[in-house]
Design a protein around this ligand. Sequence first.
Ligand code: NAP
Length: 240
Amino acid sequence: MSVESRATVERPGKASTRIKRASIWAQTEDGVIGDGKAMLWHVPADFHHFKEKTWGCPLIMGRASYEALGTPLRGRLNIVLTRNQGYNPVNTGQTAKSDDHGGLAVVHSLADAFTLAEEEAARTGAPTIWIAGGAQVYKQAMSQVDELVVSYLDLEVAAPKHAAVAPNIDPAEWHVINEESDSEWRPQSGDARWLVKVYRRWTESPAEAFQNSENPVPGNRWPGTKGPSQNVNGARIEQV
Ligand SMILES: NC(=O)c1ccc[n+]([C@@H]2O[C@H](COP(=O)([O-])OP(=O)(O)OC[C@H]3O[C@@H](n4cnc5c(N)ncnc54)[C@H](OP(=O)(O)O)[C@@H]3O)[C@@H](O)[C@H]2O)c1
C-alpha cells in the first residue's frame, strides 16, 4: 500500500485523521545500527528520546530486534514480525512481564503489521505508528512511511561482520525539517554526543522547494559536513 493510497481513520467526535507512519533509529556515521543481535552503544539520552517519541504508540519491529530487546517495551503495543508461523515470543527465554507492557502481538507480514497498528492507533488515539527496527524492517518500510526520525551518534564503532545498517535516505525523496532538527550536537550522553534530524517526503520537487525556500537543506548530510549533499548511509557497508 502506498503512502498516498492509505485510508484515513474516523474517530468518534473528531475530524478524520490520517495516522502518521514514521521510522525511528540511531546510527553512526557509517550507518551502523547494530550487529544483528544487539545495540553497540549506550546513549541514555537517546533511549529517553526514543521512549518519549514512541510512548503510547504502536511499535512494529522485526523478530531479531524484539529478541535483542528481550522484552516488550512498556506503554506501547509491540508488534513483532516473523515469517515463522509457530513463533512464540514468550518461549524465547526472554523476560516479558505480561502486566507491565502495552501488549505483544506476532504478525507474519508488514501489511498485517500496519493493519493491526492502525486498529490499535484508532482505538487508543495514538497519532503515530512507529517502525522500530531493525535493518530489514526499516528498509522494507521506507516506501510506506511519512517521516524519519534519525539520531546521529558521534561515535565510531568497528564495523561488525554482520552489521545491521540504516536504510539509504534518498535526498530526492526526503528532506530535513529544520524546525524539528538539531543544528548542533547535544551534549555527550554515555558513549557519544548525538543529534536528531527529522526527515519528511518532499511534497514538491526538490528543485521547486529549493527555489521556494530561503534556507534549503537538501538531503541528509552528516552533521557538520560542509559542501555538497552527501549520503551518510550504507556507503561503506553493504545493506542488509
Ligand atoms: N540503532 C537502532 O536504532 C536500532 C533499532 C532497532 C534495532 N536495531 C538493531 O538492528 C539489529 C536487528 O536488525 P536485523 O535487520 O538483523 O533484523 P530485524 O529487522 O529486527 O528482524 C528481521 C526478522 O524480522 C522478520 N521479518 C522481516 N521482514 C518480515 C516480513 N516482511 N514478514 C515477516 N517477517 C519479517 C524475520 O523474522 P524470522 O527470521 O523470524 O522469520 C526476519 O528475520 C539488531 O542489532 C538491533 O539491535 C538497532
